[in-house]
Design a protein around this ligand. Sequence first.
Ligand code: PCD
Length: 769
Amino acid sequence: MRVEDSRFIRGRGNYTDDVKLPGMLYMEILRSPLAHARIISIDTSRAWAIPGVRLVLTGEMMAQRNLAWMPTLSYDTQAVLATDKVRFQGQEVCVVVADDPYIAKDGCEAIDVEYEPLPPIVNPEQSAAPGAPVIRDDKQGQVDNTCYRWEVGDREATERAFAEADVVSKLKLHYPRSHPSPIECCGSVADFDPATKKLTVYMTSQAPHIVRSAVALIAELPEHMIRIVSPDVGGGFGNKVPVYPGYVHSILASILLGKPVKWTEDKTGNLISTGFGRDMYLDGEMALRSDGKILAVRMHADTDQGAFFADAQPSKFKIGLMHSTFACYNIGTGYITAQGHYTNKAPGGVAYRCSFRVTEAMFFQERMVQAAADDLGIDQAEFRRVNLLPDDAFPARTPFGFLVDSGQYDKCLQIGLDAIGYEEFRREQAAARAKGRLLGIGISTMTEPLGAGNSREYDILGIKMFDSAELRVHLTGKAILRTGAKTQGQGHETTWAQIVSHELGIPAADVVVEEGDTDTAPYGMGTYASRSTPVAGAAVSMVSRKIRAKARKIAAHLLEVSEEDIEWELGRFFVRGAPERGATIQECAMAAYSNMPDGMEPGLEGNAYYDPPNLTWPFACYIVTVEVDPETGVWDVLRVVAVDDCGVRINPMIVEGQIMGGLTEAYAMSNMQFQTYDAEGNIVGSNYMDYLIPTAWETPGFELHEVVTPCPHHPIGAKGVGECAAVGGPAAFVNAVLDAIAHTGVRNIDMPVLPDRVWTALQTHQDVS
Ligand code: PCD
């Protein structure tokens, strides 16, 4: 059991909605029913007249305080409350604060807004069409709906490689929009104390320090008078990285009223207005030699960004780490272009269980690899073997500039093939097909760049992507550790204590871990993109080593020998040549407060800020087998085999839990968890009746295996793992279904691979998008 489970399974967690302060008021948001419309008038008089309503905020009131718009983490702007137009269904239009949440809701219903509807734009094609209405007419110089354009790679070299290719394989697909949908929605309790002028905000955030700095910069409040506290977080999945308008509303309301104001978002609010994931159209091709060698790849991505560019990704690259695509293959050269499009849909493009657009990248990669293998008539596994980077290739520079530093890709693939019984399955498949049964096998091999990032390339609003740890060893040898990361269920309270224990020999049970309070935690960039172990986890090692270095001096003093004569074994220093003469780390801790050497600063505590030299590069091989019902297109998963290499595993049980969680989401992504919009811009998928997240009932069983290739630059050799299965998994499921119907010649069915799509493919022998 994990340390934190003791309180979670007893229902003793402490989430933002559990925070109750004296005199607290409640806030509700009035959202736009239309996707695109000009606001003609807003009449709030009926709302103000309701007893118990304390405040009604409009965009105009925000504008008077220069708060109608706020910067996003991707250098765009986002409306805090709409002033001129609404740009997506669900956009924040007004806010009501009242004595209880029901009065606040009644208040919202009593606001009269007159809209003049404008034509809605719901996909990149409409967005880029000539004459399309300009969604972001608030931005100076914005003449169309282009959000960004971006390119990377070597265009000429790629063209040459394509000219020399024996075969060119093409693939076009859509990665549908989905929502991270943590069980706990967003929310905040803002508490401005008019006497001390201190602002405390309890909120469910993956990155409390970024929020503090953002509030300081946007609201121009002194940073030391802002305290952000993220208590227990009921899941993040990338959804809780951005700064949302609701936080700003509750903060302003508390400042204006001098009382604590609570905002608890409901499920629909969360699903329709906060950071979504994916919604990307990918079109690419691969240049191939007939012996199976990949010569080059070319790819274009059109992303539907929604109304505001609010990605929350910390790279200098407009489309995140999209260009990590094909990083585990030796592809020679490549060229990628991307265009972001504004549409009348909710803003986002957040890293939903993904290191910034890597999910789309790996999905395209593994779908393309299967298509290419089929075009060449080469077995999928063999095609991968020919092109994966060999063990002696590391460190390898990808054509797009990443440095992939370690891995045993062949071994990983082989373990997966052996586990599933690849050859045997192929025989079974052929025998079954002869009887009209459709079996399929799908493979996905992928690497993911985790642990953003080094300060040369990664920052958020200019703040470098380091992380930190602070360790205080008390005189009895017990300790408290704080980091700049913020666990949301991943288990940091367990694993960080294990790292301290591994470095210092203090039992893990003697180390309490605390994260999420900006008044006490050292500055850090938070938890997303599986960066905590690679960055904050490394800082935990480093600070423990600093403590050990000081303890060594104390041990020398206690043992009356010079420091050079001191040896270390886990938890204890001893005199070289006289191992019976020793001092435990606990004895050193006691001495640090009671018997320190002359001239030494008392105490045993320290901190470490860690700027990682590189990302970490875990690798995985996922293999799925399915059976497709030819009559209905329904497909059932037979087996799922996962082989993950995330370097040294701190806690194997937690790692397995992370992989199972990721595989569950991968399965869901492939066939049930998606959001669409109708032609009017109404969102379909605004509640759990229309937006399906998997339960234990539909989730298949998983068979897990491992390879351990330590990360060469991480202090304990660990790589990130939290997202890998969600990133690499979807392609394995889709590849399996397509393999089962390979005889139809169908090359692509877009996700969600619903039975009707499979059935259509079986009937028409055409790709289904
Ligand atoms: N580990 C170990 N070992 C190794 C690695 C790792 O042990 N080698 C572990 C750690 O320590 C932790 C975990 O495992 O505990 C994880 O980790 P990582 O990989 O580092 O990660 P992080 O940073 O911590 O986390 C993050 C992630 C993400 S990113 C996501 S989405 C998701 C995942 O995580 N989310 C979540 N998972 C999870 N789980 C839970 N329960 N919940 C949640 O919410 Mo993003 O970007 O945000 O989208």
